[in-house]
Design a protein around this ligand. Structure first.
Ligand code: G3H
Ligand code: 13P
Ligand code: ZN
Length: 337
């Protein structure tokens, strides 16, 4: 099957009460690791590419790697998504360059400006049958203690979400409920406390609309122990427990973003490999170990998020048909119903 959008994925995920894993890709081994796990679990997947990934690997390489993954796994629904698109031009370049989904992240801008920028991306994307994720609220800082009032101000304001979705026409919405990007999410003694009250209120405002959770890595302690054991350094830190993500999925979260956990799994495996094989120098050997570690991590997330076995239920529409339905207002209508 060709690259798909997330439209059908989210509709099925809503009906089935599960979430799709969205994993960041930067090179061949990561694409292979994620899609191998996906094939084993028969799970639909979103492969997402950040601005940094495009700078590192080059847009064309990443698209071709994802196309290769599709050729090797013709039955798997795979969406190619731009993660944290910073502006219209970047989103346009990804839409023109074969992506089926883009995120416009104008969350640091004032509300009205965020609407304006998002709306512009949505109009262009929908004309091409491509879907758009937007963001309201900014994710908490990586590890700094912030005063409650400042912290509160970065959470998504539930009273804004319906107006935002209505005015922009976006297809999914990332919200801030206390998760954060990177490995240093929670310090010792600060229990991860996601603002489920904010999530519940948001869900009530946009029932059935796909909610996205960024910064959802769990930072498994076993990876940190392995990294330290084999010569790496890591301050004590905690991620978002998988159980909290599972809880969030009960309240409308349909896309769960993970990058850091892949990095940790691969780093732990590579460090171990070099310590156990000090004379090794063939990248195929240590990257194979890293790729195998990423497969295991991804598999465990697919199972936890409930999307294993769901691949065959996704019947994607071609982008041209999506574009037609958008122009007739049909798809938007469906989400709001
Ligand atoms: O949201 C951030 C992702 O983890 C991407 O990270 O910008 O280093 O590629 P990156
Ligand atoms: P993590 O850093 O928690 O893996 O989050 C990744 C992410 O949100 C990508 O957009
Ligand atoms: Zn993110």
């Amino acid at each position: 099957m060709p690259l798909v959008t997330t439209k059908e994925m989210f509709e099925k995920a809503y009906k089935g009460g599960y979430a799709i894993g969205a994993f960041n890709v930067n090179n061949m081994e990561i694409v292979q690791g994620i899609t191998e796990a996906c094939a084993e679990e028969k799970a639909p997947v979103i492969l997402q590419v950040s601005k940094g990934a495009r700078a590192y690997a080059n847009h064309n390489y990443l698209v071709k790697l994802v196309e290769a993954a599709i050729a090797c796994n013709p039955d798997l629904p795979i969406a190619l998504h731009l993660d944290h698109g910073p502006d219209f031009e970047t989103c346009k370049s990804c839409i023109d360059g074969g992506f089926t989904s883009v995120m416009i992240d104008a969350s640091s801008k004032p509300f009205e400006e965020n609407i304006e920028i998002t709306k512009r991306v949505v109009e262009y994307a929908h004309e091409h049958g491509v879907v758009v994720e937007a963001e309201l609220g900014t994710l908490a800082g990586v590890e700094d203690d912030v005063k409650v009032s400042a912290e509160d101000s970065s959470y998504t304001r539930p009273e804004e979400v319906a107006e935002f979705v209505e005015k922009t026409g976006c297809d999914s919405l990332a919200i801030a409920i206390g998760t954060s990007h990177g490995a240093y999410k929670f310090k010792p003694g600060t229990n991860p406390q996601l603002r489920f009250d904010v999530l519940h209120e948001c869900e009530k405002m946009i029932p059935g609309f796909p909610i996205v959770l960024h910064g959802s890595s769990s930072v498994p302690q076993e990876y940190l122990e392995e990294i330290r054991k084999y010569g790496g350094q890591f301050r004590t830190t905690y991620g978002v427990p998988v159980e909290e993500i599972v809880e969030a999925i009960k309240y409308g979260v349909r896309k769960v973003n993970i990058d850091t956990d892949i990095r940790l799994a691969m780093t732990a495996a590579i460090r171990k490999y070099f310590v156990e094989n000090p004379e090794a120098f063939d990248p195929r050997a240590y990257l194979k170990a890293a790729r195998a570690a990423s497969v295991e991590m991804c598999k465990s997330r697919y199972i936890a998020f409930g999307c294993e076995g769901q691949a065959s239920k996704i019947k994607p529409l071609p982008l041209s048909e999506m574009a037609l339905l958008y122009s007739e207002g049909v798809l938007r209508q469906k989400v709001n119903d």
